[in-house]
Design a protein around this ligand. Structure first.
Ligand SMILES: [Zn+2]
Length: 111
């Protein structure tokens, strides 16, 4: 898996291409992810205790994990704030990190 929960990712293909969002959930079996504020759909709900009115609520729908790439957040990178491919990098202390293929800086998860 090239992305993790809380990663900031860019959508590279599909209906939502060009948008960025934070991963709020990964669905590994379906190979899909849910991004905050991306691919919003209306869900029609019956009245319930939580939502006594029922009606339409807006909710994020999943998108294919293959269509997203982590965003490089290094200001000096030529791909700053755009989706980048990552490679594994092993630090001197043995830690493995994900690094941007363009600038080698670490790909950090959003808070
Ligand atoms: Zn970069």
């Amino acid at each position: 898996m090239h992305v993790r929960t809380n990663d900031l990712v860019a959508v590279m293909a599909g209906n939502e291409a060009g948008k960025t969002g934070k991963i709020i959930k990964i669905l590994p079996d379906a190979k899909r992810v849910i991004l905050k504020g991306v691919n919003l759909v209306y869900k029609h709900t019956k009245p319930s205790q939580k939502n006594p009115q029922g009606g339409r609520i807006q909710k994020e729908a999943s998108i294919a994990i293959a269509n997203v790439l982590p965003v490089c957040q290094n200001k000096n990178c030529k791909k700053f704030e755009r989706g980048v491919r990552v490679r594994k990098k092993v630090l001197e202390n043995g830690d493995k990190i994900r690094a941007c293929v363009y600038c080698s800086s670490e790909i950090m998860s959003a808070e």
